[in-house]
Design a protein around this ligand. Structure first.
Ligand code: NAG
Ligand code: NAG
Ligand code: NAG
Ligand code: NAG
Length: 464
């Protein structure tokens, strides 16, 4: 750490002198060799050509404002990679998770759409664009997929800097959560379509107790590097005598010494001799008042239809009338913790539209589970439309107007997370259009006021 700070200081000096390089070179030109002058001219030529090509390609994109945004971005860019300016702006809003690195463990796999401090950890410029985007927007969001083989175990672990909200897409898992209060442990079999909520620093494990793979779609409330510690790593990092005194096993420290750290990372583990190791596993379930703090049956919850599709929500409700007992427990549990998320599944019917809208109080991240669609983002000065398919992650920061349209015969289905533990506040295009006086619109659009009667008045809203 000290070293790093020192190095950074050194770098600053270097780069500030670099900043003056051009004028310096101008002044000292006379003393330069012909070769050096030639090289500088060549460089200038290359740069001019590159800018020309960039401008041309932007003209082809047919969006002059896009260029402005790109320029601004380059000025503020922290990364020195020259390729970066060629990355399509859409990658600030979408990530092809399927193309990202698969972290393989004995019992399963993890993939990430996240920010990386070390730019070398990104697989591509597109992935880096997304990681930088969620970090620059202070999104408090990271996304990952967790696949666990039958009988595999995601090791007990905790996250220092994030709550975790997940959706079980497939399979059955027996989950344990150890809370801070007197280390009460809550266990539960979670099934497909349900959600999990692990508050920051609760120790939790996930054991696949079904015969097919478990697939979790996970959202973490940080835009920094996620900090995690697995229980086995914590154990092997603890001096033997300290572990012996803390755990007080029969045989003391000699027993502790019989534990051997595996060569492979056991983040998701599946010993080949599991049947020999484990004979009498039981998968009990805790009482309701404990269970529903951490779990929610999203699939079984109320449906909120709108003209193009259906929402279902796992969220905090200020007004809890109409919620049943288990739903009340979950709602209050979310509200008790800081920086929680609102989760939703959204089904958009074949060729349906989630109309342009934006959120006042939440960033939004989502993952396409099935179907195919077009999405669009309209910012001040930039517009981008792009297609999205299964396995893609999307991100819209607070206030960014966006729409989502189903493009194929299949329903579009995805899981969404909103960065608020409070009620989501949304404004839709038809709402703000209708809320604006006709004569203001007439003046704005150079159109006669009477014409604005053609827009039907909005029906009273449902679904929220
Ligand atoms: C498993 O259960 C059987 C029968 O109840 C018992 O005999 C055996 O000792 C148990 N094994 C372990 C490791 O607890
Ligand atoms: C949890 O699932 C396992 C595996 O299907 C089953 O053996 C166990 O009885 C279940 N536990 C509860 C409480 O339903
Ligand atoms: C409460 O609502 C959940 C869905 O949110 C449902 O799965 C559960 O069966 C309901 N409980 C009762 C007792 O009706
Ligand atoms: C809470 O919701 C119920 C039904 O959804 C409604 O009748 C009631 O007026 C609401 N209460 C408040 C304080 O908004």
């Amino acid at each position: 750490m000290d070293n790093q700070a020192f190095e950074m200081h050194g770098e600053n000096i270097q780069s500030s002198s670099k900043g003056k390089e051009w004028p310096n070179k101008e002044e000292r030109k006379g003393s330069w060799s012909l070769m050096k002058t030639f090289l500088v001219c060549l460089l200038a030529c290359v740069i001019t050509t590159a800018i020309g090509v960039l401008v041309l390609s932007l003209v082809y994109v047919n969006n002059p404002i896009f260029m402005k945004e790109t320029d601004v971005k380059d000025d503020g860019a922290s990364s020195p990679k020259p390729d970066e300016k060629n990355v399509d702006i859409r990658f600030q809003f979408m990530n092809h998770l399927g193309k990202s690195k698969v972290h393989v463990y004995p019992g399963g796999e993890i993939q990430w759409a996240r920010f990386r401090k070390d730019a070398n950890e990104y697989q591509s410029d597109e992935e880096m664009e997304f990681g930088k985007s969620i970090n620059n927007h202070r999104s408090k969001m990271t996304f990952g997929t967790l696949r666990i083989k039958s009988k595999g175990l995601r090791a007990p672990h905790w996250h220092f800097n994030a709550n975790e909200h997940g959706y079980l897409l497939q399979g059955t898992a027996w989950i344990g959560v150890i809370g801070a209060d007197d280390s009460v442990v809550t266990t539960y079999n979670v099934t497909a379509g349900q959600v999990v909520f692990f508050p920051r620093n609760t120790v939790h494990w996930v054991k696949n107790v079904g015969s097919e793979d478990c697939v979790f779609l996970l959202f973490f409330t940080t835009h920094e590097e996620l900090q995690t510690l697995d229980v086995d790593d914590a154990f092997f990092s603890t001096p033997e005598d300290i572990a012996a005194r803390a755990l007080k096993p029969q045989g003391g420290v000699n027993f502790i010494r019989t534990f051997k750290k595996q060569k492979e990372d056991q983040a998701i583990n599946l010993p080949s001799n599991l049947d020999q190791l484990v004979q009498n596993a039981t998968y009990v379930q805790s009482p309701d008042n404990l269970v529903w703090q951490y779990f929610y049956n999203l699939k079984g919850s109320a449906e909120y239809p709108f003209p193009g599709g259906i929402f279902q929500w796992a969220r905090y409700r200020i007004n809890n009338t109409g919620l049943n007992e288990t739903e009340k427990i979950f709602s209050e549990s979310l509200n008790k913790h800081e920086n929680t998320l609102t989760l939703a599944t959204l089904r958009i019917f074949s060729n349906g539209l989630g109309q342009p809208h934006f959120h006042f109080n939440a960033n939004e991240m989502g993952y396409v589970i099935s179907g195919c669609r077009q999405a669009g983002v309209i910012l001040s000065g930039v517009t981008t439309n792009f297609n999205i398919g299964i396995g893609d992650v999307i991100f819209f920061a607070v206030g960014m107007q966006h729409y989502i349209k189903s493009l194929c015969d299949e329903d579009l289905f995805f899981i969404l997370a909103y960065g608020t533990g409070n009620q989501l506040e949304t404004l839709r295009m038809n709402d703000y259009f209708h809320a604006t006086a006709d004569h203001i619109l007439a003046q704005l659009f150079f159109k006669e006021q009477a014409e604005f009667k053609k827009f039907p008045k909005a029906a009273k809203k449902t679904g929220k």
